[in-house]
Structures are given as structure tokens and as C-alpha cells.
Design a protein around this ligand. Structure first.
Ligand code: UT7
Length: 334
């Protein structure tokens, strides 16, 4: 038994935030942002929009693309680090919006690699015959959690809001299937846990999980050692692509499209150089959406589908790297 991507969907909020908009707030310039990250603009939510709202919009599009109803789903996996609430998991809120009671709804918290982890879990549930149709979603609202002041400028320029989703379906006879997930590969290294993290709220804080002092000191905002993350990403992502190819006896030049996590265009250019592949085979969306963490991979794939770039039958290699550290890859016949 194997799984295949039966449908894709994505959703981004209407509000466009340009580099010029951020330059006013962050003691930076539009050129600095563009030159160092490749980002021109990102989408940020307005009002009371929640992460599960974005997830819902992406999910219904993916379900429509796969001609699947809520009643067809056997499981929901939602990757996010920007949950609606601390608990219960955002997958439960999404499940309620979709009207799919009774099936397992699971949150996956693996930051930028969250969707890759969720995809791996969904694929393995299907391979073992425990599920036949699984909704996998990556959704984030970062704009409500950033330090929008000069102190947070290294991070706040990077992140955007958005969501992407796949419906995976079982393939009974993989030898006869022209569309399937060949393999997924996931890794972590907790020695890098504090290279990109938000210290509070958390039960590791002394006394209460968050205090006025924490908020005044900005411990609830993400902080990052950007250089360290950059260097590790450039090492691990090519490694993970080779792992996926080697596992399937495939070669770099057989791959039609590479979808890399969208943290920084410069990272993806460096990864392409290390792999010695033409940058035109890497589908990047960071220029318009910024880094949407767990949503970058499905948002990129759905965008490529809607723009008639990615078509059925093409060979696709995915790779992610992010906080934790976490990283992973997959080889897929789309
Ligand atoms: O998906 C999550 C994983 N995250 C990532 O993968 C992010 C990886 N890292 C990066 O993308 C880059 O490290 C950044 C874009 C965050 C920063 O670029 P950089 O070229 O590594 O800059 P830097 O951190 O080495 O800082 C260089 C200078 C510093 O000033 P000094 O100390 O040289 O005077 C920073 O204060 O740039 C300054 N700086 C800025 N200046 C203007 C940092 N952020 C900004 C800014 N605008 N927004």
C-alpha cells in the first residue's frame, strides 16, 4: 500500500504587507529585506482571523480538488506553531469547522518541518492500512506573535501568514500507479533547540508560565541566531535531498521540481548551488508570501499547480529545515 496526493489547496489573507510598510516600523529598509532574504511582500491577517480559519480555507480547497467530503476523511493532521489556543490542539478546531467528528485530529508541532513530519505520519498511516484518506494541513498566523519593533527586525521581516493542504489517498497497487509518495525522511537535533525559540509562555519558566516581567522583557517573542540557522539549513537540506533520492535509486537530473522550505531565498540559492542544480527547477514563493513556516511546502506546491507549473506525473523532491533543529525530505511522483 502507498499514498498519493489526491488534491491540493492553499489560502493566504488578502492584506499585503510590503517591505516599505515594514521599513516604517522596524528601522530597516526595503532594499535590506529584499537583498538579504529575497522577500518583497507577505500576507498578514486582519481582525479576529484564526489559524484554524486559514487551515479551513486551504482544507476545503484541497478536499474539493480531491473530490473528497468531510465524511470521507479518516484522519486530520495539522502542522502549526501558531495555534488558536494553547490547548486543545488547533486540529480539533479545524475538525469542528469541517464537520468531521469522530476521526483523530492531531496537531504536529515541528516548526518549519511540521508539514514534512505530518506528511510522513499520514503516509505511514496509509501504508499500514490504518487510514485510506488523510487531510494534511500546514497553517500559520505569525503576524500576531512578532516583535514589530526595531529589536525584532531580524525575525519580523521574514514571516507571513498562510495555509496549505493536501488530501492523501491510498493507492492499492503502487506498481501500477503514476502518482505516489515514494518515501519520507524526518530528522531532529535538539542541540539546536534554542537557536530559534520563544522562551515564554512555558512550564520551564520559574513560577508562573508567563509573567508581566516576561512580557516586558519580550520573552514571548521568537529570537533567532540567524547565521547559525542559515548555516545548518544549507548543510542539512542538500543532505536530505540526497537521502530521498538514494532511498529510491533516483538521480538529481530526474527531478522535475524541487520544493524547499521558504525561510530565505539566499538559503535556497545556496542549497541549489550545493546540489549543483539549476535554480529554475526550484519553485520559490518566499518573494510574495515570506516564511509561513509549516505552510511553505503545501502553499508552494498548490501555487505551482494553480499556475500550471507542476503537472501530474512529474517527479518532485521536497526538503525542509527549521527550528528544533528539525529537517526532512520526500520524493513524490505527483
Ligand atoms: O524558518 C525559520 C528558520 N529561519 C531561517 O532560516 C533564517 C535564517 N537566517 C537568515 O535568514 C538571516 O540570517 C537573516 C535574514 C535573519 C539575517 O541576515 P544576515 O545576513 O545573516 O544578517 P546578520 O544577522 O548577520 O546581521 C547583519 C547586520 C547586523 O548589524 P551589525 O551587527 O553588523 O551592525 C544586524 O543588526 O544586519 C543587521 N540587521 C538588520 N539591518 C537592517 C538584522 N536585521 C536587520 C534588518 N534591517 N531587518
Amino acid at each position: 500500500m502507498r499514498s498519493r496526493i489526491a488534491g491540493t489547496g492553499s489560502f493566504t489573507p488578502e492584506r499585503v504587507v510590503s517591505n516599505d510598510d515594514l521599513a516604517v516600523l522596524l528601522d530597516t529598509t526595503a532594499d535590506w529585506i529584499e537583498n538579504r532574504s529575497g522577500i518583497s511582500e507577505r500576507r498578514w491577517v486582519t481582525g479576529r482571523t484564526t489559524t484554524s480559519d486559514l487551515a479551513y480555507e486551504a482544507a476545503v480547497r484541497a478536499m474539493s480538488d480531491a473530490a473528497a467530503t468531510a465524511g470521507d476523511l479518516d484522519m486530520i493532521l495539522l502542522a502549526t506553531i501558531s495555534p488558536d489556543h494553547d490547548f486543545p490542539g488547533t486540529a480539533c478546531f479545524l475538525q469542528d469547522k469541517l464537520g468531521a467528528p469522530g476521526i483523530p485530529a492531531i496537531d504536529v508541532r515541528q516548526q518549519c518541518s511540521g508539514f514534512m513530519y505530518a506528511l510522513s505520519m499520514a503516509d505511514l498511516y496509509i501504508r499500514t492500512g490504518q487510514a485510506a484518506t488523510v487531510l494534511v494541513v500546514g497553517a500559520e498566523i505569525h503576524s500576531k506573535g512578532l516583535d514589530i519593533s526595531p529589536t525584532g527586525r531580524d525575525i519580523s521581516i521574514l514571516f507571513g501568514d498562510g495555509a496549505g493542504a493536501f488530501v492523501l489517498r491510498a493507492v492499492d497497487d503502487p506498481s501500477d500507479a503514476d502518482s505516489q509518495i515514494y518515501s519520507t525522511h524526518i530528522h531532529s537535533d535538539g542541540s539546536g533547540a534554542k537557536a530559534l525559540w520563544a522562551e515564554a509562555p512555558g512550564q520551564a519558566r520559574p513560577g508562573h508560565r508567563i509573567t508581566v516581567d516576561d512580557i516586558e522583557a519580550g520573552r514571548h517573542f521568537p529570537v533567532m541566531d540567524g547565521r547559525r540557522i542559515f548555516m545548518n539549513a544549507v548543510k542539512r537540506m542538500p543532505e536530505s535531498i540526497h537521502e530521498a533520492l538514494d532511498a529510491n535509486g533516483a538521480k538529481l537530473d530526474e527531478v522535475d521540481w524541487f520544493f524547499f522550505h521558504q525561510a530565505n531565498l539566499r538559503i535556497n540559492e545556496a542549497v541549489a548551488r550545493r546540489l549543483d542544480i539549476d535554480g529554475s527547477r526550484v519553485f520559490n514563493t518566499i518573494q510574495r508570501f515570506g516564511n509561513t513556516t509549516a505552510a511553505t511546502i503545501p502553499l508552494g506546491i498548490d501555487t505551482a499547480v494553480r499556475e500550471n507549473q507542476l503537472v501530474r506525473g512529474q517527479l518532485v523532491a521536497l526538503s525542509t529545515f527549521g527550528a528544533g533543529y528539525t529537517w526532512g525530505s520526500s520524493l513524490i511522483r505527483f
